[in-house]
Design a protein around this ligand. Structure first.
Ligand SMILES: CC(C)=CCC/C(C)=C/CC/C(C)=C/COP(=O)(O)OP(=O)(O)O
Ligand SMILES: [Mg+2]
Ligand SMILES: [Mg+2]
Ligand SMILES: [Mg+2]
Length: 557
């Protein structure tokens, strides 16, 4: 007969620390290094002033009626790749409206592949659905395959590869072109030299369309120096623009880094991933325009709250604590403090205070509703994370449809995209917010990409840690396929979601591109972070390289 446990031992057991699913995440790569930046406002203003002349010179070029339309489109392409479109949007759209109206397929009969692809990319990036038929002439009419002679045209292959990333559903020639050009480019890249080698390497690593606009602009400037030098004003404006943005972004990164340090999250919740520069980079990926500086700071703070929340649910709290915290977040009231565990109270207080402050600030502009939309989405994701935790706690493996219903919520792209709206100003009209609240197809596609690409790259790590809910396992269970087949199917769903985003950004748009850009760019940031590995938990590759490029080196132009 086992000795009857005395009260003391039972007492001991109940107060002992519960078993926690600690993940021992890798520490911060950067420490406090971004705290020491000091912004010299006169330097910033100096760049802004210096930009005026080359900007006006370039504007004259863009509206120049005597310029041949292919040359005009090539100039607009470089302007766009350098991230300067927003400075000339009206002029550029007026030019494209005109050229697009005059479009007829016969005009492209004699145009070679590279120029055709540049024109195609410009129109599609700016929202005009130039027909993919412009590429038909590059296919052999009998065999239906792409003509052999273009496969030796490396620049043409490169242009067609980048064009194919802009395809929508039903553009099968571009589905084929994406596979064909990638294979061709991979087979020649090691024999290339100079700028062309750099250009092909970069596009194969990540096509421009799936890249982070701010970084892609810097890479275009270095890899396409010839194209950038065709107009002195373009080169000059690009350099000054990069210098201006770098100062502003370093200041924003300092502000959010200081805020994070002052909030002492690393002390109160030391089990979380310490990733402030990485989350700021993620939000910078949504919009880099100077006018969205405040918006970036607000969205970065809210997304950092999401990191604390996700890591608390995934890598620290017990199921009881998760239930209490989810209930407190749903109640959203300081009186709920005493019901939640000691260690998470600082987070809960800061969360409520931050949102209260935002609501007060935005109420002055009559736009407190964007803060409320963000808060409700935050409560929604907490419920979504609880659902995952309950599944893990009971060992339940959800069916794929059931997993995806919850997974679009835990993708965090609803709450992040709505949080991105808060600081964007009056462009976030009632109807813009209503469109976001309608959970549009474009937003769902971005959520799907976030959820499934993350799962494809993190499911082993999460499976080992006992997490029963991932898209991969749900798919295997529901459709009785192998792990490899499941992953291949999820990748097809991701590819189709990209086509839906591409479609959603074409005119006539449901809302302005300013409001679509955060959704498109959130999908792009998934490619940046998760194309090759879990680049957020282990941020020593792409994210480290991008943060170094943008915030560590000085603008070596
Ligand atoms: C899901 C996803 C990629 C979200 C991206 C948006 C974002 C920065 C959300 C904040 C929480 C977070 C960093 C999740 C990604 O890590 P994770 O793999 O731990 O997320 P998981 O627990 O939802 O799988
Ligand atoms: Mg997680
Ligand atoms: Mg999670
Ligand atoms: Mg994950």
């Amino acid at each position: 007969m086992a000795a009857v446990e005395t009260n003391a031992t039972i007492q001991e057991k109940t107060t002992a620390e519960p078993v926690r699913p600690l993940a021992h995440f890798p520490p911060s790569v950067w420490g406090d290094r971004f705290l020491s930046f000091t912004l010299d406002n006169s330097e910033l203003e100096g760049y802004a002033k210096a930009m005026e002349a080359p900007k006006e010179e370039l504007r004259r070029l863009i509206v120049d009626q005597t310029m041949d339309s292919n040359k005009k489109l090539s100039l607009i392409y470089s302007v766009h790749r350098l991230g300067l479109t927003y400075l000339f949007l009206q002029e550029i759209e007026a030019q494209l409206d005109k050229i697009f109206k005059e479009f007829n397929l016969q005009d492209y009969d004699e145009v070679e592949l590279y120029t055709t692809s540049i024109n195609f990319q410009v129109f599609r990036h700016l929202g005009y659905k130039l027909p993919c038929d412009v590429f038909n002439k590059f296919k052999d009419s009998t065999s239906g395959a792409f003509k052999e002679d273009i496969s030796t045209d490396v620049k043409g292959m490169l242009g067609l590869y980048e064009s194919a990333q802009l395809r929508t559903r039903g553009e099968s020639i571009l589905d084929e072109a994406s596979v064909f050009t990638e294979t061709q480019l991979k087979s020649v890249v090691n024999n290339l030299e100079g700028k062309l080698a750099q250009q092909v390497l970069q596009s194969l690593r990540r096509p421009f369309h799936q890249g982070m606009p701010m970084v892609e602009a810097r890479l275009y400037f270095s890899n396409y120096s010839e194209e950038c030098a065709t107009h002195e004003s373009l080169l000059k404006l690009a350099k000054l623009h990069f210098s201006y943005l770098e100062l502003q972004q370093k200041e924003e990164l300092r502000i959010v880094s200081k805020w994070w340090k002052d909030m002492r999250f690393q002390e109160t919740t030391p089990y979380i991933r310490d990733r402030v520069p990485e989350i700021y980079l993620w939000i910078l990926g949504l919009y880099f325009e100077p006018r969205y500086s405040l918006a970036r700071i607000i969205a970065t703070k809210i997304t950092l709250f999401l990191v604390v929340l996700d890591d608390t649910y995934d890598a620290y709290a017990t199921i009881e604590e998760i239930r209490l915290l989810t209930d407190a977040i749903n109640r959203w009231d300081m009186s709920a403090m005493e019901q939640i565990p000691e260690y998470i109270r600082p987070f809960y207080k800061i969360l409520l205070d931050e949102y209260a402050e935002l609501e007060k600030q935005l109420a002055k502009e009559g736009r407190a509703n964007s803060v409320i939309a963000s808060k409700e989405a935050f409560q929604d994701i907490a419920r979504g994370y609880l659902e995952e935790a309950e599944w893990t706690n009971s060992g339940y493996v959800a069916s794929f449809p059931e997993y995806m219903k919850n997974g679009l919520i835990t993708s965090a792209y609803n709450v992040i995209s709505k949080s991105a709206l808060v600081g964007m100003g009056e462009i976030v009209s009632e109807n813009a917010l209503a469109w976001y609240e309608s959970h549009p197809k474009t937003l769902q596609a971005s959520e799907l990409i976030s959820r499934l690409q993350d799962d494809v790259m993190t499911y082993q790590f999460e499976r080992e840690r006992g997490q029963s809910a991932t898209g991969v396992d749900a798919y295997i269970k529901t459709y009785g396929v192998s792990e490899k087949e499941a992953i291949d199917e999820l990748k097809i769903m991701i590819e189709n979601a990209w086509k839906d985003i591409n479609e959603g950004c074409l005119k006539p748009r449901e809302v302005s591109m300013d409001l679509l850009a955060p959704i498109l760019n959130l999908a792009r940031m998934i490619d940046v972070v998760y194309r090759y590995d879990d680049g957020f938990t282990f941020p020593g590759k792409t994210m480290k390289e991008y943060i170094t490029l943008l915030f560590v080196g000085s603008v070596s132009m």
